[in-house]
Write a protein that binds this ligand. Structure first.
Ligand code: ADE
Ligand code: ZN
Length: 327
């Protein structure tokens, strides 16, 4: 359709995707065959079925296992090369990649090696694919406040070029955003932006906590804000963007039916909304598909889709010159 052609050519940024979750099926198969005992299928059809998630905890368990297959700096560079190639084909000029250093370290990558691999992969993305990358270091709430402190240590001690923010993925049930306030405070004092996940699988309270306790300048998902008019007003008034990932929400069963996704309500409330893929390799999606979903399911037209792309560029933690080029 003409909308598909418009979206394909539209210069975009992507502000929410996880490094390991972006790995293609082929890449994960290669890694899995190196570790046949790692609990990740070595057969293509089985891997597809492995990526059929029954609920959010199930998704997190699969994500954890695939993370453990990424053992070397060379693996990280391979993932970044594949990711940048994919982004370039979708007219994505700038992306912020969530990297969980403690998870990579648990898989056997030393912190200095990780920092060097990120620097090499970023140069390669720029030179080979024309894509600029920034890093959001995901403290992964599943690893607790201690893991968050270790994440901030990595970001502050190594600070690879392109470091822009501290993030907080992982579990929401049974953990509180507020417990991560000391780590976030230290990261912000060191000059990092604050971009935690909040309200992906829980309601508005944790989104409030992300704003008031973690100083969130942007929020990953944030769809749980939809039930709280006062919170929506706060996000709109303070211009705190939500990185909305509709296909992810459907695949992890955070949302039961895409027709009931709160995205249109968030936009209608005046909240800045950007679109992202989260874990495109695991959710079988790409950024153009997310834009087209908004056209097909929410009846958004070309003007609304272009506005979402501009909102993303404005919300990016990138140099202003690059932002202006994209807008
Ligand atoms: N890590 C990778 N993908 C994630 C998601 N959708 N939510 C929380 N943590 C994640
Ligand atoms: Zn995420």
């Amino acid at each position: 359709s003409s909308v598909a052609a418009f979206v394909a050519a539209l210069p975009k940024v992507e502000l929410h995707l996880h490094l390991v979750g972006s790995a293609s099926l082929d890449t994960v198969l290669t890694l899995a065959r190196r570790h046949p005992d790692g609990g990740v299928p070595t057969d293509r059809d089985e891997l597809r079925r492995f990526y059929a998630f029954t609920d959010f905890p199930h998704f997190l368990d699969v994500y954890r296992r695939v993370n453990l297959l990424v053992n070397t700096g060379a693996d990280v560079v391979t993932l970044l090369d594949g990711l940048a190639a994919e982004l370039a084909t979708r007219a994505v000029r700038y992306a912020e990649v969530q990297v969980a250093p403690v998870r990579n370290h648990m898989a056997g990558i030393g912190y200095a090696d990780l920092a060097a691999a990120l620097t090499d992969g970023r140069a390669l993305a720029r030179e080979r694919h024309g894509v600029e990358l920034g890093w959001v270091f995901d403290a992964d709430a599943t690893l607790g406040p201690e893991g968050a402190e270790e994440t901030v240590d990595f970001a502050v001690d190594h600070r690879p070029e392109g470091t822009v923010a501290i993030g907080l993925g992982g579990a929401e049930l049974g953990v509180r955003r507020a417990d991560f306030a000391p780590a976030f405070r230290r990261a912000v004092e060191a000059g990092l932006h604050s971009a935690p996940h909040a309200g992906e699988t829980v309601g508005p309270d944790e989104v409030w906590a992300a704003v008031t306790e973690l100083g969130a300048e942007r929020i990953g998902h944030g769809i749980g804000a939809a039930g709280d008019p006062r919170l929506l007003e706060h996000l709109a008034e303070h211009g705190i963007p939500l990185e909305v990932c509709p296909t992810s929400n459907l695949r992890t069963a955070a949302v039961r039916d895409i027709a009931e996704h709160p995205l249109p309500a968030l936009v209608a409330a005046g909240v800045p909304v950007t679109l992202a893929t989260d874990d495109p390799g695991m959710f079988h999606t790409d950024l153009n598909a997310e834009y087209l979903l908004c056209h097909e399911v929410f009846d958004m037209g070309i003007a609304e889709l272009a506005e979402i792309a501009r909102t993303g560029a404005r919300a990016a933690f990138c140099p202003p010159a690059l932002r202006d080029e994209i807008i």
